[in-house]
Design a protein around this ligand. Structure first.
Ligand SMILES: *[C@@H]1O[C@H](CO)[C@@H](O)[C@H](O)[C@H]1NC(C)=O
Ligand SMILES: *[C@@H]1O[C@H](CO)[C@@H](O)[C@H](O)[C@H]1NC(C)=O
Ligand SMILES: *[C@@H]1O[C@H](CO)[C@@H](O)[C@H](O)[C@H]1NC(C)=O
Ligand SMILES: *[C@@H]1O[C@H](CO)[C@@H](O)[C@H](O)[C@H]1NC(C)=O
Length: 462
């Protein structure tokens, strides 16, 4: 998917990253985070974190701003504005702006609520009340806002089911654009009402033209963003995209769509730096997490995935484009019945790199391609011609990867002839066949491998 927004200017992100990580340490104690089935033994064991440095800077701006998700309490009732203490946030309830939650369109009320909150000089909270279902057409919630904002979704936000409502922009439903210090949380649901789009997908019905469907929620050019405790269901296409964002925490998310729903990626990361996705359950019809060009410092921790297409870097380099992805750390994931486990896929003819990638502590259950690098990715009916240039793949580590493969080939490195995969390291890998528990196979081409500990299956020499 190509970004359709201009890239934001770069920031000095690295110092921000280190302090960002340290200031989120408290979230590990989040008692709401127990939705994952931590049923594999090592999940609770402390794991060395390659991105956390000892440089724990204090006292910067967003350390002061990012409060604990647990201690930040908000009075969510109506009519509390008059007697609110001076320092409490301004509460903006969508019902006060005419939202009815009666099956008719509530878009105008949400737009007014956003504009009220966004222009507030003191921090503001938009409340979407519980036990109600609000109907929205495509909306862009734009910043910059005057203060920090919370979007508290207790109830349900549901997409308009009329495709004609998306005439102006078929790629997006809800967009948060150019907002800083935004928190979206509340335990509610964002429902893309995707069925009407899926039946029109050319992947589902070959007689239909191939057209895009909207991404349910897009954050673009956002900075210091938290999305926590939200359910995303039945997106029109992708569920949640972070595009050109900096400093993002996405945690305790549940993303659900049928396994056969087309292109319904769970969380898509593009052009985004310093993002931590954690404690999330993703069951959809496409990649659980997809990470594409321009992304750097991406962590995904404690992920339950499947059905779906697994955790994917790429595809990269489509249409001879340059792509760069680096510093991706996937730690503690369980993939069940997915078509891929951990995958890197690039098109021939691209350029750039995918490097410094670690997949660690991953359990595969009946996964079709548990470990795969595909530098000859081709998502077309006709085959793709051989090309010399490629996105260079280097420094990829697979550490403690166990479980079962649905197919015979559990490990596949299909690398470029002209630009082989370099410094690919396998450490303690054990994958057997789901069917009979027998030894699985490895298929390896043009790859420079290092091996530590027990590794099975292994590439044959030569
Ligand atoms: C929501 O509905 C549940 C079950 O009907 C009820 O117990 C609860 O009080 C309701 N909450 C609100 C805020 O209306
Ligand atoms: C596919 O789309 C065509 C054209 O709209 C329609 O006639 C047909 O019933 C659809 N097939 C399925 C399986 O939905
Ligand atoms: C390889 O990648 C890891 C992160 O996975 C990083 O810590 C390390 O510095 C990289 N090594 C080189 C030689 O770049
Ligand atoms: C493994 O996956 C295949 C294909 O998705 C499925 O047919 C089979 O029933 C699965 N096996 C188990 C034990 O779940």
């Amino acid at each position: 998917m190509n970004p359709t927004y201009p890239p934001s200017h770069l920031v000095s992100f690295f110092l921000v990253l280190t302090s960002f990580i340290s200031c989120f340490g408290a979230y590990h104690q989040n008692p709401n985070a127990q939705m994952l089935n931590h049923d594999h033994g090592y999940i609770s064991q402390a794991v060395h974190h390659p991105f956390v440095t000892t440089n724990h800077r204090k006292g910067n701006d967003h350390k002061q701003w990012f409060p604990s998700l647990l201690t930040a309490k908000v009075v969510a009732r109506r009519g509390t504005k008059a007697n609110a203490p001076v320092n409490s946030p301004k509460v903006v309830n969508v019902d006060d702006f005419g939202a009815k939650a009666n099956g008719k369109d509530d878009s105008e009320a949400f737009k007014k609520a956003w504009s009220e909150a966004c222009s507030s000089k003191r921090s503001a909270v938009i409340v979407v009340p519980k036990n109600k279902s609000y109907r929205l057409k495509p909306i862009t919630f734009s910043g910059p806002c005057k203060s920090d904002l919370q979007f508290l979704i207790y109830g349900t936000i549901k997409a308009s089911p009329r495709i004609s409502d998306y005439e102006n922009d078929r790629r997006h439903w809800l967009v948060f654009e150019n907002v800083q210090k935004l928190r979206v949380r509340g335990g509610g649901t964002i429902d893309g009402n995707g069925k009407i789009w899926w039946v029109k997908s050319c992947k589902v019905n070959k007689s239909m033209p191939c057209k895009h469907a909207p991404t349910a929620v897009t954050f673009v050019d956002c900075m210091n963003l938290i999305v926590a405790n939200v359910r995303f269901v039945n997106a029109q296409q992708m569920h949640l995209t972070f595009q050109q964002c900096r400093n993002v925490r996405a945690l305790n998310l549940v993303v659900l769509a049928p396994g056969n729903s087309p292109n319904t990626d769970g969380i898509h990361v593009t052009g985004t730096q310093n993002i931590r996705i954690s404690k999330s359950v993703i069951k959809t019809g496409d990649d659980c997490i997809s990470i594409v060009s321009g992304s750097k410092n991406v962590q995904a921790t404690d992920i339950v995935c499947g059905p779906g297409h697994g955790i994917s870097i790429g595809s990269l380099g489509a249409g001879n484009s340059e792509a760069t992805v680096s510093d991706v750390f996937v730690n503690r994931a369980t993939l069940t019945g997915t078509t891929n486990g951990v995958r890197i896929k690039t098109w021939q003819g691209g350029s750039g790199y995918a490097k410094n990638i670690m997949f660690q502590n991953v359990v595969m259950r009946n996964v079709s391609n548990p470990i795969i690098i595909d530098q000859n990715y081709c998502d077309r009916d006709s085959s793709c011609p051989e090309q010399a240039s490629a996105v260079k793949i280097s420094n990829v580590t697979y550490r403690n990867i166990r479980g079962t493969s649905e197919s015979e080939v559990a490990l596949k490195f299909d690398c470029s002839k002209s630009i082989p995969c370099q410094a690919i390291s396998l450490q303690d890998v054990s994958l057997t066949r789901e069917e009979d528990g027998e030894r699985a196979k490895a298929a390896c081409a043009n790859v420079k491998l290092a091996k530590r500990g027990k590794v099975s299956p292994q590439c044959s020499r030569g």
